[in-house]
Design a binder for this molecule. Structure first.
Ligand SMILES: Cc1cc2nc3c(=O)[nH]c(=O)nc-3n(C[C@H](O)[C@H](O)[C@H](O)COP(=O)(O)O)c2cc1C
Length: 320
């Protein structure tokens, strides 16, 4: 194989076929990026999380950098569903790329009615952000526990026939259990994962760096942690796992796919290098060509683990 075009980059997530496995992470992508990349090259477009009502978001400052990472406490500012339907949706209709709409609501019923309202022509799927650490008190979210995850997913499943992705949180003690709950309630895929709840203190003022005190950690520093979660979740469920956490290069994407991911989302890297996603797509094709891998989908779960090397992770969930 010598030409990148020979590599089949397509992946399937439930009934949704993507031209390649690379898409933005919610909240790190906006219309303005069309100045630096062709959106028709992306596997999918995932919107910033929207809510039914207008939301103003958290107090400033909302972002602080730490080595290899970013902590954000944006808090889902939203122009509301009406603005989305009138302005954002028609804008993306110009592209031949599946549009996945990320949604959030305070209750399971609220999630369901928003999903129903957004099941419109031009919307290819719903990503339910049940994992934002910045809108619930002390970073608690539905995806912290299996029962609320199952309940909200059931409500969503009954409300829309669109592909349904459930975005999980690494802040729970047992992600595979939460992933299984989403699968049992009808999710088509799980996104692993949202940010890691964290904190930073300013040594000049002795005050927290963020107006919200705590925020979500993202960027390259979280990749090994989320990789472990993807590995465990992919073993726990049959539905596709979409990896999200610190992906900045094609090598990162390959690592996640080997661990079991079907597709990947790129977040913080876009702030550093706005065209990161198209570079990752090109380099992924080059990687496959170089390694004589005809279909990128063949990377999924291809990590080689000798039976004797299988780690004993039982201690992570000790019997109570
Ligand atoms: C500034 C910022 C805003 C974000 N907004 C959202 C959001 O609206 N909805 C959501 O589900 N995740 C949001 N996230 C989380 C990302 O989608 C992603 O899960 C996380 O950043 C980890 O990926 P990364 O390390 O590639 O950035 C946001 C992250 C950042 C840094």
């Amino acid at each position: 194989m010598n030409a990148a075009t020979e590599v089949d980059l397509a992946v399937a997530i439930g009934g949704l076929r993507l031209r390649n496995p690379v898409m933005p992470a919610s909240g790190t992508f906006a219309e303005g990026l069309e100045r630096v990349m062709d959106f028709n090259r992306l596997g999918a477009i995932v919107t910033k999380t929207i809510t039914r009502e207008l939301r103003s978001g958290n107090p400033l400052p909302r972002v602080v950098e730490r080595p290899g990472s970013l902590i954000n406490a944006i808090g889902i500012p939203s122009k509301g569903v009406q603005n989305f339907v009138e302005h954002t949706l028609p804008h993306y209709a110009a592209y031949d790329t599946p549009l996945v709409v990320s949604i959030s609501a305070p209750t399971a019923e609220g999630f369901a009615s928003l999903a129903a309202e957004l099941s419109l022509p031009g919307v290819a799927g719903i990503e339910a952000n049940i994992s934002c650490p910045n809108i619930e008190e002390d970073g608690k979210a539905f995806a912290m526990r299996p029962e609320p995850t199952e309940n909200v997913t059931r409500h969503l499943r009954a409300a829309t026939s669109l592909p349904l992705w459930i975005k999980l949180t690494p802040n729970t003690g047992d992600m595979p259990e939460v992933a299984r709950a989403a699968e049992a309630a009808g999710a088509d895929a799980v996104v692993v994962a949202n940010t890691i709840l964290s904190m930073a203190i300013d040594l000049k003022t002795f005050k927290p760096c963020l107006g919200n005190i705590m925020g979500g950690l993202s960027g390259p520093a979280i990749k090994p942690i989320i990789l472990r979660h993807v590995f465990q979740c992919a073993k726990a469920v049959q539905i596709p796992v979409i990896a999200c956490g610190g992906i900045a290069t094609a090598d990162d994407a390959v690592e996640y796919m080997l661990a079991g991911a079907t597709a990947v989302q790129v977040g913080t890297a876009t702030f550093v290098q706005p065209a990161a996603m198209t570079t990752i797509i090109d380099d992924l094709a080059a990687f496959c060509t170089h390694r004589e891998i005809a279909r990128v989908a063949d990377l999924t779960g291809a990590v080689v683990i000798e039976e004797a090397d299988e780690p004993d992770l039982a201690w992570l969930n000790p019997p109570t």
